[in-house]
Write a protein that binds this ligand. Structure first.
Ligand SMILES: Cc1cc2nc3c(=O)[nH]c(=O)nc-3n(C[C@H](O)[C@H](O)[C@H](O)COP(=O)(O)O)c2cc1C
Length: 286
């Protein structure tokens, strides 16, 4: 799959390579109203990674349903809509708007967003608020729901268990890690919003460990994400217990990265004489 926010709405890439070969496309985080996002600068380099503070710039759910879903309805590749809100009610309303829309195969719930009613703590930072969002979304839609966990929490396995109990169909992880950079000449933070999210190869060992922990704690399918650039990275996540993976930051440098990773996995399976990827899931746990 593509990771949310790194592959637009998929439409931007359909002329570059055969995106229909991918497992799924997860679109940019979508909110009830359109958003312009955060002030510039919104991107900064980090060693082996990237800091971003895009701030959920997106066209809003109405335009998504009107303009994007009809295109997706003609695609073979399933599209999953990533949703983001500031209140539990926002998430529920988004889920209910997307329910039954042709071209939308599932919802990925981004719980890394600040809960404005709880002083701005991320919904996903505690098991309780993560479960509340999941319950509300589940009640509002018949679509399968993936709940995307934040690494910015004390115990991600606890959050995963709460979300599983609340009715998630699958769990994806991880979102970016909180970080910042400072321009020493200006003596000011480099990002307009001060704080950003760290992604890319720098976070892979952290993401892999969290996937390993979560896959050991829940019985749901786990979708691994964080720093996957090559097929060998993806295979590590699968061996840690992921049933599927997402490619994010790597697509920004090489839009074809998700397909390269997929083809690399197929090549590895052939080379190892494995017929079914399922045989590799959790192989490093046994
Ligand atoms: C520019 C950018 C925008 C992102 N936007 C979103 C978003 O809208 N919703 C979301 O859930 N995750 C978003 N993410 C997080 C990614 O989907 C992914 O979880 C994270 O970057 C880790 O994977 P990676 O190291 O492969 O990029 C964004 C990441 C980047 C780099």
């Amino acid at each position: 799959m593509t990771a949310s926010g790194t592959f637009g709405y998929g439409t931007e890439y359909s002329h570059m390579f055969d995106i229909q070969k991918l497992g799924a496309i997860v679109c940019k985080g979508t909110t009830l109203e359109p958003r312009d996002g955060n002030p510039q600068p919104r991107l900064a380099d980090a060693a082996c990674g990237l800091l971003n503070s895009i701030g959920l710039q997106n066209i809003g759910v109405d335009a998504l349903i009107r303009e994007k879903a009809p295109i997706w309805a003609g695609w073979r590749v399933p599209v999953i809509v990533n949703i983001a809100g500031e209140t539990i009610d926002d998430y529920a309303r988004l889920a209910s708007r997307l329910d039954g829309v042709a071209g939308i195969s599932g919802i990925e719930v981004n719980i890394s967003c600040p809960n404005i009613k709880a002083g701005g703590a991320e919904f996903g930072s505690t098991p309780k608020s993560a479960a509340e969002v999941t319950t509300a979304v589940k009640a509002a839609t018949s679509l399968p729901i993936l709940v995307k966990l934040t690494p910015n929490t004390a115990d991600i396995a606890e959050v995963a268990m709460a979300v599983a109990e609340a009715g998630a169909d699958a769990i994806s992880l991880i979102n970016s890690l909180k970080g910042m950079a400072i321009d020493i000449a200006q003596r000011r933070p480099l990002l307009g919003r001060i704080t950003g999210g760290l992604s890319g190869p720098a976070i892979k060992p952290v993401a892999l460990h969290m996937v390993y922990e979560v896959a050991g704690a829940v019985r749901l399918p786990v979708i691994g994400c964080g720093g996957i650039t090559a097929a060998s990275d993806a295979i590590e996540f699968i061996m840690a217990g992921a049933s599927a993976i997402q490619v994010g930051t790597a697509s920004l440098a090489n839009p074809r990265a998700p397909l390269d990773v997929l083809e690399g996995i197929e090549q590895f399976l052939k080379q190892e004489g494995i017929n079914n990827l399922a045989d590799l899931i959790g192989a490093a746990r046994r």
